[in-house]
Write a protein that binds this ligand. Structure first.
Ligand SMILES: Nc1ncnc2c1ncn2[C@@H]1O[C@H](COP(=O)(O)O)[C@@H](OP(=O)(O)O)[C@H]1O
Ligand SMILES: [Mg+2]
Ligand SMILES: [Mg+2]
Ligand SMILES: [Mg+2]
Length: 311
């Protein structure tokens, strides 16, 4: 039955299940208490949770879809040791499997797809105990464009029938919409969400010019986009290099499926083909609808755009 479901939809359904498993790895590493922190660069850390969650996601997706290009944030070893068998998730989310695939994506083949994996977005926050900011991101791009994505929150708590359930998984597919949460309209006043742990003078300048009523400083590109989708913030502004393609692919796809828009600070779309440069050099500007995105873009002064473009 599932072989009649178009590949993009099947891959999204598998990604939802795999992200859930990766989220459990993220929680298990934290509860064991041995984070195994490695410093990759300035303000740039990796933990055992980043490493193991990525191995799980890549192994599980590659086993089922061997011709995909999968690009993950963390370096891969030359000869990756086998992963535990229970990481090789084969389940696929039933609600997603039932989605209607956009007409132009129905014939897409594995070779046409690039999957961008951020096994743990918000690592700084993870190591500092801001666990609700942490997400697992799986973005699916076709012809350089993010068309579908998963944002999993390992530490989101819900009560179901008096029992606490940990974790939730938000997904989006172009033209089909979003699921896994209840979208909410933007707040009445301009509330900006931005970085908590990677600010600098350019980032602060772009915040000043927005004239916002409030600025929320939180971790992770995934969590900031969730704040937009849930009506906690209006615009996500980050006028700095630092984010990479795996940070924005899934959030951009989910946001776009909900009617929003994510670009760089100049208003240009990033491209997500296998050979693109990984850094998002010209920052991030995102909003839950196109009007708010236009408004925010109109507030960014030309010299700030040039400062980023010439970096
Ligand atoms: N100056 C910088 N150096 C390294 N990574 C940066 C960065 N600025 C942003 N990032 C990365 O972009 C993502 C969102 O950042 P922020 O939380 O500051 O908004 C994080 O992803 P990871 O946590 O997956 O590495 C973060 O590490
Ligand atoms: Mg990182
Ligand atoms: Mg990230
Ligand atoms: Mg990461």
């Amino acid at each position: 039955m599932s072989s009649t479901v178009p590949l993009v939809v099947r891959l999204l359904a598998s990604s939802v299940s795999v992200a859930n498993r990766a989220g459990k790895i993220v929680r298990d590493v934290m509860s064991k208490g041995e984070l195994g922190i490695v410093e990759k660069g300035k303000d740039d850390y990796q933990t055992e949770a980043d490493r193991s969650a990525q191995k799980c996601i890549i192994a599980a997706l590659a086993a089922q879809y061997p011709k995909l290009s999968i690009i993950g944030e963390e370096d891969r070893e030359e000869n990756e040791p086998e992963v535990p068998s229970d990481w090789l998730v084969v389940d696929a989310d039933k609600e997603v499997l039932a989605l209607t695939c956009p007409a132009d994506l129905q014939g897409v083949k594995e070779e046409d797809i690039v999957v961008w994996v951020d096994p743990l977005d918000g690592t700084s926050e993870y190591t500092q105990g801001f666990l609700e900011h942490v997400t697992v991101l799986i973005g699916i791009s076709v012809n350089e464009e993010p068309v579908a994505g998963v944002i999993h929150q390992p530490y989101y708590k819900t009560m179901i029938g008096g029992e606490k359930k940990m974790g939730r998984t938000i997904w989006g597919l172009r033209e089909a919409g979003v699921g896994g949460f209840t979208p909410a309209p933007p707040p009445d006043s301009l509330i900006i969400t931005t970085t908590r742990s990677h600010s600098n003078p350019l980032v602060e300048k772009a915040l000043q010019v927005m004239n916002a009523s409030q600025i929320l400083r939180v971790g992770g590109a995934g969590y900031k986009v969730l704040q937009l989708l849930e009506g906690k913030a209006s615009v996500y502004v980050f006028a700095s290099p630092g984010c990479k393609k795996w940070d924005t692919c899934a959030p951009e796809a989910v946001l776009a499926a909900a009617g929003g828009k994510l670009t760089d600070i100049l208003g240009n779309n990033y491209k997500y083909g296998a050979s693109v440069g990984k850094p998002n050099k010209t920052g991030v500007l995102a909003a839950v609808n196109h009007d708010l995105h236009n408004y925010a873009l109109s507030r960014i002064p030309q010299e700030l755009k040039e400062a980023l473009a010439n970096k």
